[in-house]
Each structure stands twice: as C-alpha cells, then as structure tokens.
Design a protein around this ligand. Structure first.
Ligand code: GLA
Length: 386
C-alpha cells in the first residue's frame, strides 16, 4: 500500500485524517544466528518491507488500536496501558507503551492508531520487531521523550520479553531501528557498538526463500535455547569467570568445554562460539570483497544451526540443501530464529531464475508446500514518512 492509500484507510477507520505516518522495517540476518543473547555479534540488514503506523490524537483519554492485517480492534484507557493482554496482536504496540511508562514517560494524550505491515507473518523476518520499533519511534516523536535509536530498540526488545513472552536478543529491534539502505549492520550485542558495512554485491543478489512452514519457532523452543546457553555459562563459570559465551574464542572454548557436563548445553555452546567467529570472519570477507569465503561461512553456519543448535528442521534443511546444488549460489543458510521461516542466499544474477524454478520445484516435491522467493532490497531504519 502507498502512503496515500494508508491515509485513506485511516480516514475510513477513524473518520478523520491521520496526523502522522511512521515506518520501521523487518530484517534479514546474513550471518550470526542465536549469538545476540550470548553477547556475540550479528550481521543483519533492514529490509524495504516492514510495519507502518498512522496516528491522530483523540480527546477520549484512551488509545485505540486497529490493524489492516488483524480483525481485532481495541481501545484502552490510560490505566490499562501497562497490562499485558491474554492473547492479542495488540500486545506488541501495547508492550511498547508499557515500556515508555516504566521509564517515567506519562501518557496523558489519547491516540487513534492504525497499523499495517507487509512483512510476511511468521517468516522469521521480524514482523514483530518492526511493529514494536515503529510504535516506539512514533511515541518518542509524539511525546518528545528523547530516546535514541539504540534505546528504542531496547524498548522494543523489552516489550517482546514482557508482553510477547519471548526472551529474544537485541538483533531484530536494533536492525529495525538502525538499518541503512544498502548496508549491513555489524553489531556487538553486548556493547551495542556497531558498524555499517556497505553491501555492494556486483552481479549478486540476496535472495530470501520462504519455506511457508507451519512449524514456527515458538517461544517455548526459543526460550529453551536461551536457557541452555545460560546453563553452559553457569557450568563454565566453575573453571573461568564468564558472563557470555561469546567471550570465548574457539581455542579457549576447546580448553574448558569439558566443564559443560550437560551434553545438550555443550552442543549449544559450541554453535555459539563457532558462529561468533564465523560472523567476524564473514564481515572481514565482505569488506575484502571475498564473497566466496562469505558464502562458505554462510553454509557452515547452517550446518552448525542444524547439527549443534537444532533449530532448522526438515523444511529449512530442504531449502538450503536444494540451494547448495545450484550453480551460481555463493552461500545459503537459514535466517532468524529457525524451525520455519526463511533461508537467505547469495545468488549470482544470472542464476536467480533458475534458482527460483529448481529450488521451488524440488522443495515442493520434498515438503509438499509451495515456497515463495523475494529478492531483498536493503532499506533504511525507522522513520517518519509524513
Ligand atoms: C529471533 C530473535 C533474535 C535472535 C534470532 C536468532 O529472531 O528475535 O533476537 O536471537 O532469533 O539469531
């Protein structure tokens, strides 16, 4: 939808014009998976699709939430803005209101809000982070609360923890807040220091393959991985003081890994330590224009997520395996939380059509679901559009 179509939709929904329009993107992570909550580095880019938020003030002492993607409509008085709802899409923007209030910002103005998103739902491309960050960006602008983009990302992450009950890391919200067109973000998730790295891919595109798998990464499986990493840190602490797994090089890990007596926690930790190294190596390779190396690291990342982290599943594995067979594929791996969702591949321009045909057919034959493909356009982070 265009901004003017969205404005008309707002007019129809509330019978008055929108006063402002905001946007915040989804993201695709090139490499560095399940490292963010372990203090490691990640390398995502913001996408050109995301969440839009339109609003106008009201004088009803309440905040109304409507979405063009969801049927449920809700109006909440100010004193209900800190309470999580049992089951509702509104928890995402509401969780952000609650975080503002927690940080001492008082909400004394009512708003009518309309949301629309074009990130495919459940695809692991951060539709929820886009919604959280667009809400945080809009509120910050409206209330003049002065939070910077990193703080807005933190607010979005905390909303996810407390209202969506997923103990996620900072990657998705940070990429949504800080993305830059044609750049990937090399983010240290412990310090939040980051570097924007130009993604100049001569003759190569970033292709996203959506498995449309019904098995989404649910909060249970995700939170379980977070807990297993914490357990590995606790066991390692018997032999070396450590806050995050990402503090260890692969060599240091090999010296003390036997302290992790739980075999599952051990595998999880091995993935994290290896993935942090792969991410750093991949950033170097990209800066040096060595795409071949970058692609090899992407493939190795998938294998580690499959064997040690166990978050791929048959659909993502089929998609990656079929991609690896195609001439002109530089690298391919699952992206995001895992289980369902998408893979990300670097594909030479001349191989794109063949990729979509061959991988599409083979995936459908193996899994029985029709996949979808998008050529990624790397866009900017959160902004006010009108
Ligand atoms: C989800 C979470 C992120 C990150 C990824 C895995 O997208 O929201 O914080 O942990 O999974 O890398």
């Amino acid at each position: 939808m265009t901004v003017s179509e969205l404005k008309s939709a707002f007019q129809s929904a509330y019978g008055k014009p929108a006063e402002a329009v905001y946007f915040s993107p989804g993201r695709v992570n090139l490499i560095g998976e399940h490292t963010d909550y372990n203090g490691g580095s990640v390398f995502p880019c913001a996408l050109s699709f995301g969440a839009y938020l339109l609003l106008a003030k009201n004088d009803k002492n309440e905040v109304s939430f409507k979405s063009l993607n969801q049927p449920e409509v809700l109006s909440l008085p100010f004193d209900r803005l800190t309470q999580r709802l049992e089951k509702s899409w509104v928890n995402y923007p509401l969780g952000v209101f609650a975080q503002f209030i927690k940080r001492g910002v008082s909400i004394k103005q009512g708003y009518d809000i309309l949301i629309w998103g074009d990130v495919p739902n459940g695809a692991g491309l951060s539709s929820s982070a886009a919604l959280e960050v667009v809400t945080a960006y809009a509120l910050n602008d409206q209330l003049g609360s002065g939070f910077n983009r990193s703080e807005l990302a933190r607010i979005g992450q905390k909303a996810e923890h407390e209202f969506a009950l997923v103990n996620c890391g900072i990657m998705d919200q940070f990429a949504s807040a800080n993305g830059k067109k044609d750049h990937a973000i090399h983010l240290n998730c412990d310090t939040l220091d980051f570097e924007l790295v130009p993604v100049k891919l001569e003759g190569v595109k970033i292709l996203i393959s959506n498995t449309h798998s019904p098995h989404k990464l649910d909060s249970g499986a995700y939170n379980e991985r977070v807990a297993q990493c914490k357990k590995a840190v606790e066991q390692l602490n018997k032999v070396r003081p450590l806050k995050f797994l990402a503090e260890l090089t692969e060599e240091e890990f090999r010296k003390i890994e036997s302290a992790i007596t739980d075999p599952v926690a051990h595998k999880r930790a091995r993935h994290v330590v290896g993935e942090v190294q792969r991410t750093k190596d991949a950033v170097k390779a990209l800066k040096a224009g060595n795409l071949k190396k970058f692609g090899e690291l992407m493939n190795a990342s998938h294998v580690s997520l499959r064997d040690d982290y166990e978050v791929t599943g048959p659909e993502l594995d089929a998609m990656a395996e079929e991609a690896w067979k195609i001439d002109g594929v530089i690298g391919s791996r699952m992206t995001g939380g895992g289980f369902g969702g998408c893979t990300v591949s670097l594909v030479k321009d001349e191989a794109i059509d063949n990729f979509i045909k061959q991988v599409g057919e083979a995936y459908e034959r193996r899994i029985g679901i029709k996949p979808e493909f998008y050529v990624a356009e790397i866009g900017d982070g959160a902004s006010k559009l009108a």
